[in-house]
Design a protein around this ligand. Structure first.
Ligand code: F0G
Length: 453
């Protein structure tokens, strides 16, 4: 037997604003009383008495690593004691999670943070962090016997959803902003068989259409307003703590787009401390692109009291989002962990991406905001040189090769206002060298490269 429901794993839904606790959620996953977002909580965990034996739980999770059971092999379902109950017959898994934690020695030198690690969520089955939430939420769609699932996306959610829907024999509908997502992500949704609609709008426009659609059609919404997504994504933080032998780092840094991921990681941290799996909270900081910075402005200009939607514009298309759904959840995480919010420019993002690449890791542009943000947090003194830092890299380098090639050819910023600022990144550019098929020419190129290294 692989999944058991115990008193500890009984979960309930609760509105983050008015506290209403409905038995089930509507199609749009919003509170019927006040319209705000819902979240899961576990009444058994707050009863005052110890719920789990932390050492026993850690050892159970460790032992599952050697199991041949599909659930145990998943880096999400392995931690099912901390997730709401979904019966095993509905589970759709691609053995997601289990992502590596890497040292970044060059980036460490560049930032002056000796203890710098990256948890690479781009090493998931569809090459982004979305898979950890998607396995869980797609399974809940299966449990609800939906034949259609749907999402609005900047590309990664749609790729992930389409894969899990296909594995679960469900149809999927993808709404993406036309011309604003990378080919890698679009091609995934097509291959996994999604009905892919490219709408002439931005991500926020796609979200609006989908919100209306789910009220009229029996489709299951798989955006991160769906609290099952958040629960699945919590496991990235649990797995990270396990990799660190349950010794939390001083800082965790994540990119901020729709703000589901930061909410999920923060929720996991708070819950792990509540359950005494960790003894203290890392500070969780959120980094946005300057051209898509509604959360940064909400915190810095309005003290988190309101969020003003904006028209977002950044080459990091994954986080080109002007009206993030989960901003109130993310705000709570900043406050609970004492984290910071930062914004970074397009050139800073491109430079950081190449620096992560030079460490032999690589990531997509949106993930690189973490390193760019760390540099700023170092300069402001928020992160101290002796402190340990984990960057969450959210997407694989091959998601957006167009960006990478333009950067290395020096074309990414040509003709834009950032052209001059981009000169600072020149030393990182490695444009391909086109030569005749001639041994002498290759040797000359090698000698020239050696002289310049
Ligand atoms: N990094 C990548 C690679 C992403 O794809 C996203 C979001 C984020 C960071 C931001 O995470 O939204 O939880 O704050 N991508 C979504 C999508 C919106 O549709 O694929 P967030």
């Amino acid at each position: 037997m692989s999944i058991t429901q115990t008193a500890e794993t009984v979960s309930r839904l609760r509105c983050i604003a008015c506290g209403a606790s409905p038995d089930s959620a509507d199609q749009d996953f919003r509170c019927t009383a006040c319209g705000d977002l819902l979240e899961f909580f576990f009444p058994g965990w707050t009863s005052g008495s110890p719920v789990f034996d932390p050492a026993a739980l850690k050892s159970l999770w460790r032992n599952r690593r050697t199991s041949r059971d599909a659930l145990d092999q998943s880096g999400v379902w392995r931690f099912r004691e901390l997730l709401p109950h979904i019966p095993e017959e509905h589970v759709i898994t691609l053995r997601e999670g289990n992502t590596p934690l890497y040292r970044l020695p060059r980036c460490a030198r560049a930032t002056g943070v000796e203890n710098l690690l990256a948890k690479h969520q781009g090493m998931n089955p569809t090459a982004s962090f979305k898979d950890t939430g998607m396995t869980f939420a797609a399974s809940s769609a299966h449990q609800g016997r939906f034949s259609w699932v749907a999402c609005a996306s900047t590309g990664n959610t749609s790729a992930s959803m389409a894969a899990y829907a296909a594995r679960g024999n469900m149809h999927s509908l993808v709404l993406i902003p036309e011309g604003k997502i990378s080919w890698g992500k679009l091609s995934q949704a097509l291959d996994y068989g999604a009905l892919t609609c490219q709408l002439r709008t931005d991500f926020d426009g796609c979200v609006r259409i989908l919100a209306d659609l789910v009220r009229q059609k029996p489709v299951y919404l798989l955006n991160s307003v769906n609290p099952y997504r958040i629960e699945g994504q919590k496991t990235a933080a649990i797995e990270l703590m396990e990799q660190l032998a349950w010794e939390p780092p001083d800082h965790i840094i994540v990119p901020g787009g729709n703000l589901g991921n930061s909410s999920a990681i923060g929720k996991a941290l708070v819950e792990m401390r509540e359950l005494k799996l960790i003894s203290r909270l890392p500070r969780l900081s959120i980094i946005q692109a300057q051209g898509a910075n509604p959360f940064y402005r909400s915190v810095r200009e309005f003290g988190g009291k309101k969020l003003e939607p904006m028209t977002a514009d950044t080459l990091a298309t994954a986080i080109q989002i002007g009206n993030p759904a989960s901003w109130k959840k993310a705000l709570r995480v900043l406050q609970a962990t004492g984290g910071e919010v930062e914004q970074v420019t397009e050139v800073e993002i491109a430079t950081a991406k190449a620096e992560i690449g030079a460490d032999g890791i690589g990531c997509e542009p949106a993930s690189a905001v973490t390193l760019a943000g760390l540099k700023k947090l170092r300069r402001s003194g928020f992160v101290k040189p002796g402190e340990s830092v984990v960057l969450i890299l959210t997407g694989h380098q091959l998601k957006d090769p167009d960006f990478t090639i333009k950067f290395h050819r020096g074309e990414l910023f040509s003709g834009t206002p950032a052209e001059n600022a981009a000169a600072q990144a020149k030393s990182l550019q490695r444009a391909p060298v086109v030569l005749d098929a001639d041994l002498g020419a290759v040797i000359a190129a090698l000698d020239a490269a050696e002289r310049n290294s």
